[in-house]
Design a protein around this ligand. Structure first.
Ligand code: UDP
Length: 477
């Protein structure tokens, strides 16, 4: 056997520079290494801390750093990750990421990987992989339902004949009769060329990998197998965070955490099972002052116990004396909270969430129903999935909704009270929802177990890439 054929499959991972995109892709890199592949991670110096745990666990993994062109794109020093970036700078940031094309091209020449795994948000890497004659694997950092919505809408364009941004329309040929409005469409629908670019990137890719599991989105897996651009080359490998045991280092870390518990977890320890509403809007939540105040009053007036993680800027708008008034019943955490640990705490009875995909997966794997409050991007689509398709959530608000800040209607405190009471009060509707999400949590565990659907899909992905390397080698040889 030739040495090229005998060497491990070499995969180059190029994660998009945002925490909620990087972390699940690095989990996939870990899985690939556990399946015998060699991983090279390409990122910028400001994001190394996110790769460190993987490098410590698998020293054979190599890290390749490309300087981020902050100055050339007039971005503030240290802004190398979308998560820490002020929103108005997002477009400059995307342009700066695109400027990484040349250095990435150089790395592809020197590293000569067998395939590149890149985020759906970096469609330009598909053409680059083509130039290097290697397979491109597209990582969809959102769910499969949202992926199908974007694909099918871009193809059929049912919204073209509709000018009213609040008029609902449905998606031709879609498994469920969900309706959306133009105002709820992800921002990328304002850029028709981007939609074409995304489709071309997918069509020229070898595979699409999604952090979801078959039992959560079976209709959409079947829909994609039949109608999606890559058919059976769809791999559902999640929840990636659930895979495998902890490394020694991670176990050590957990032990330390248990010894020195976060105050919000200690606070939860004193609450009855299922009695607390957890409120969190992810890493890029953005609410105006008036909205923060309405939410604060709504949580207070609901009479329910709550933990509310408020981003640093918005925390300045919490009404004066609020924390004193809700003391004992409501806890405000400023900046950051250990979301996964909170969601898996027995005291948590529901999650008021912005419906970012990682939060959706975390709610499902913890078996916690959701009050949906989308803010931007595909979150409005994820809301549809949770409420109307999987039926494990209720909307915080039924009125007009928009991805655009200037169009957003302030959700009144009364709506918050009604939604929280509806989900926390029990009753048949909620009991059914809790039962369903509990079953999904179990199915998520089964998906990542030996012979589980996600485990099998990882094997299928790796063996497909090995086979395509073999074909290339045989043709060339
Ligand atoms: N997260 C957290 N603590 C916080 C805020 C966020 O642990 O205070 C984590 C959360 O558990 C999730 C990720 O950050 O894993 C947010 O990703 P998601 O896709 O839900 O939303 P985004 O931040 O991309 O809008």
């Amino acid at each position: 056997m030739d040495s090229v054929e005998a060497s491990p499959l070499h995969l180059l991972f190029f994660p998009f520079l945002a925490n909620s995109h990087m972390i699940p892709m690095l989990d996939i890199a870990r899985l690939a290494v556990e399946h015998g592949a060699k991983a090279s991670i390409v990122t910028t110096p400001g994001n190394v801390h996110l790769v460190d745990p993987l490098l410590r666990r698998f020293p054979s993994t190599s890290l390749h750093l490309i300087p981020f062109p902050t100055a050339a794109f007039d971005l503030p020093d240290g802004c190398e990750n979308l998560t820490v970036l002020p929103l108005p700078l997002a477009e400059k940031f995307f342009n700066a990421v695109f400027a990484l094309r040349d250095p990435l091209n150089d790395l592809l020449y020197s590293l000569r990987p067998d395939a590149i795994i890149s985020d759906v948000i970096n469609p330009w890497t598909a053409a680059l992989a083509g130039e290097h004659h290697i397979p491109h694997v597209l990582f969809q950092s959102n769910g499969l339902f949202a992926h199908c919505v974007v694909n099918d809408l871009a193809l059929h364009r049912p919204y073209d004949s509709i000018s009213d941004r609040s008029q609902p329309f449905s998606i031709p040929g879609f498994p469920h009769p969900v309706q959306l409005t133009r105002s709820q469409l992800p921002e990328l629908f304002n850029h028709p060329t981007m939609l074409v670019w995304l489709r071309d990137a997918e069509l020229s890719s070898h595979a699409v990998v999604v952090n979801t599991f078959y039992a959560l989105e079976p209709y959409y897996a079947e829909h994609y197998y039949k109608h999606g651009p890559l058919g059976r080359h769809l791999f559902l490998v999640g929840p990636v965070a659930l895979f495998g045991g902890d490394s020694e280092e991670e176990e050590e870390e957990k032990k330390k955490k248990e010894e020195k518990k976060e105050p919000c977890l200690e606070w939860l320890d004193k609450k009855a099972n299922g009695s607390v509403v957890y409120v969190g809007f992810g890493t890029m939540g953005r609410m105006k002052e008036e909205q923060v105040k309405e939410l604060a009053f709504g949580l207070e007036s609901s009479g329910e116990a709550f933990v509310w993680v408020v981003e640093s800027r918005a925390s300045e708008w919490i009404p004066e004396g609020y924390e004193k008034r809700v003391e004992g019943r409501g806890l405000v955490v400023r900046g950051w909270a250990p979301q996964k640990e909170i969601l898996s705490h027995l005291a948590v009875g529901c999650f008021l969430s912005h419906c970012g995909w990682n939060s959706v997966m975390e709610a499902v794997t913890a078996g916690v129903p959701v009050i949906t409050w989308p803010i931007h991007s595909e979150q409005f689509v994820n809301e549809k999935m949770l409420v109307e398709v999987v039926k494990v959530g209720i909307p915080a608000w039924e009125g007009f909704k928009s991805v655009k800040d200037e169009e957003k209607v302030v959700v009144p405190a009364e709506a918050v009270v009604a939604a929280v009471k509806r989900l926390m009060s029990g009753g048949e509707e909620v009991a059914t929802m809790r039962k369903r999400v509990g079953e999904l949590a179990e199915l998520a565990r089964m998906a990542v177990a030996e012979n589980g659907t996600s485990n099998l899909d990882i094997n299928r992905l790796i063996s497909g890439l090995v086979a395509s390397r073999h074909e290339k080698f045989t043709v060339k040889g």
